[in-house]
Design a protein around this ligand. Structure first.
Ligand SMILES: [Fe+2]
Ligand SMILES: [Fe+2]
Length: 155
């Protein structure tokens, strides 16, 4: 089905964000694994899979709309040096993805592309209520119990 160019272009912009989130979670999960922070590794490796799922859904929607998915363009990634910085960078990535999703959901509404909107609404739910919320909780725990105790709990 021929989709609107505006919607396809916006989906490609979102795709650049999902690919970057994937890369960032990939490198962060490998760093946690290397440091022996196995619980953080497992959780962040799972986020990597979620972002891959988001990218896959956007790619298949672009193809369905007869557009060309852009797998080359990626938003910049922000690799942290330590656990709090990694969690904070990931949270900022989730906030920026949420902001972009909301703008494209609104565009889909204006263009009456309700199926694309529904797919993105689901991604917004994952982004706000799962990914960002979990990261906010980790940063809150570090504040409450201290970094040393937090890291010990993630081994
Ligand atoms: Fe995502
Ligand atoms: Fe996410």
């Amino acid at each position: 089905m021929q989709g609107k160019k505006k919607v396809i272009d916006a989906l490609n912009k979102l795709l650049a964000g999902e690919l970057a989130a994937m890369d960032q979670y990939f490198i962060h999960s490998e760093m946690y694994d290397d440091w022996g922070l196995t619980k953080l590794y497992e959780r962040i490796a799972h986020e990597f899979d979620d972002e891959k799922g988001h990218a896959k859904a956007i790619i298949s929607r672009i193809l369905f709309l007869e557009g060309t998915p852009d797998l080359v363009t990626r938003d910049p990634i922000h690799v942290g040096k330590d656990v709090p910085e990694m969690l904070r960078n990931d949270l900022n990535t989730e906030y920026s993805v949420a902001k972009n999703l909301k703008a494209v959901i609104k565009l889909c509404e204006d263009e009456q592309d309700y199926q694309t909107r529904e797919m993105l609404r689901k991604q917004l739910e994952d982004t706000e209520e799962d990914h960002a919320y979990w990261l906010e909780k980790q940063l809150g725990l570090i504040d409450k119990i201290g970094l040393k105790n937090y890291q010990q709990s993630q081994m």
